[in-house]
Each structure stands twice: as structure tokens, then as C-alpha cells.
Design a protein around this ligand. Structure first.
Ligand SMILES: [Ca+2]
Ligand SMILES: [Ca+2]
Ligand SMILES: [Ca+2]
Ligand SMILES: [Ca+2]
Length: 229
């Protein structure tokens, strides 16, 4: 039986594609139907001895806005020494041990790809408690879909100071990007905004009136983008 086949029974409610793999481990998790919270079966950690681990992992791919990982887990072990642990990207998030009946755990995933791993591990020596195992069921990832504001390309507006010819109103063109590819509109604000004109679609900024060398001026303006919803 492949790792993916083993993993399938307990991701039955996930709305996000996940595949499973066994990491470098001393015993594989296995599907069983004695203990579960959904779908009639769940995974149980493999039988291990002192200083050994039984681990299973999945990869959550390409979530631009992050997501929420939820799963049910249970442990019956030597309290404080033989642990069922969650790792995300190799970092220990939390562990349970002793006699812990099924509980749901939630973890917020940041954007991008993440490696999620569950590890049942035993300390040195042969002491054990309860059933000496961990269980895992109902793994689910809900991907967030957040409409992010557009981001102005700093290089397109951050000129510090500009030299502008007399008798010309042309200045520069602002650019911006939007994560969802939404239509972007540009606007100007600030004390001196009336001195400038911006094309709300093209981002082209110009003086409202041609500057005059005999009437030097200093002007400041704030640029922003707005979503057209
Ligand atoms: Ca299940
Ligand atoms: Ca132990
Ligand atoms: Ca987004
Ligand atoms: Ca957007």
C-alpha cells in the first residue's frame, strides 16, 4: 500500500489537495477503524521502541493568502516523555502526551508552501504508558482568499527630486500591481494635490499648469491606489 493510499482515509473532508509521505521513520502509521472521528477510520502511529519515531507528513502547496489547518488527534502514552507532535516546516508547534482523547487542533498557515508533519516519538528506555500510540483523523486545510490592496511600484514614483523642463507638464508614470489582477485606479491627495493631475487609469502624473522658472515652487503630494469594485 502506498503512502498516499494510507493517507487518504483521514483527509476525506479536506477541500484542498494534499498528498502524504512517510518521512525517515522507524515505523509507518497505519489505517485502522478502532479509533476515528470521521469516515470510519483514522491513522495510528506505528509500533516503535525507545528513541524511535513514527512520522507522516503532507505538503500544502501554493496558498497565496495562507489558510487554516485543522485536524483531530489523540494520544495514549507515557506522559511527558512519549509525545505526539505537530511540526510545520520542521519547527515544533505543539505536542500532546499522556491520556488525551480526541481533540481538534487548529493552526494558521502563512502564505506559500508548507511541510506539515505529525510525529509520535518515544524517549530512551522501554517505559511506556497506555496504548503507546498517537492517532490522527480529519485533516483539513481551508485556503484563505483575501482581496489584497494593490501595491505601488516604488521605483515608479520614488524619484527623490526631479528636473523638469519649463513649458512642459509631463512628469512620470506610476505603476502598481495587484495580487488578484484587479483593475487599478490611481489618485492623488495632500496639500498640493491640485498642482498635479493624474490619469486614474494610466497612472500618468503631470503638472496641472506648466511650471515657470520665474515662479519656482516646491510641492508635495501623496499617491494612492484604489480598487474598482
Ligand atoms: Ca477518518
Ligand atoms: Ca518512554
Ligand atoms: Ca490575495
Ligand atoms: Ca486585489
Amino acid at each position: 500500500m502506498s503512502a498516499a493510499d494510507d493517507f487518504a482515509p483521514f483527509v476525506e473532508y479536506s477541500d484542498y489537495p494534499m498528498t502524504a509521505a512517510f518521512t525517515n521513520t522507524d515505523a509507518y502509521w497505519f489505517d485502522q477503524s478502532d479509533e476515528f472521528t470521521s469516515g470510519g477510520s483514522a491513522l495510528r502511529s506505528g509500533v516503535i521502541g525507545g528513541n524511535q519515531i513514527s512520522a507522516i507528513e503532507t505538503t500544502v502547496n501554493g496558498s497565496i493568502d495562507g489558510g487554516l489547518l485543522t485536524f483531530d488527534w489523540k494520544v495514549s502514552s507515557e506522559s511527558g516523555f512519549d509525545l505526539l507532535s505537530l511540526y510545520v516546516d520542521g519547527v515544533l508547534i505543539t505536542s500532546i502526551s499522556g491520556e488525551q482523547d480526541w481533540t481538534q487542533y487548529q493552526y494558521t498557515l502563512t502564505e506559500g508552501t508548507h511541510d506539515v508533519e505529525w510525529v509520535y516519538s518515544k524517549n530512551h528506555g522501554g517505559t511506556y504508558g497506555g496504548d503507546d500510540a498517537g492517532w490522527l483523523d480529519n485533516v483539513n486545510v481551508v485556503v484563505y482568499d483575501i482581496n489584497d490592496a494593490p501595491i505601488i511600484n516604488e521605483m515608479s514614483i520614488n524619484y527623490g527630486s526631479m528636473n523638469v523642463l519649463e513649458n512642459s507638464t509631463s512628469l512620470f508614470t506610476a505603476t502598481a500591481t495587484d495580487e488578484e489582477g484587479d483593475t487599478i485606479s490611481f489618485s492623488l491627495s495632500g496639500t498640493d494635490a491640485a498642482l498635479f493631475t493624474i490619469d486614474s487609469n494610466a497612472g500618468t502624473v503631470s503638472f496641472t499648469n506648466e511650471p515657470n522658472y520665474e515662479a519656482l515652487m516646491i510641492a508635495m503630494v501623496t499617491m494612492s491606489t484604489n480598487l474598482i469594485l
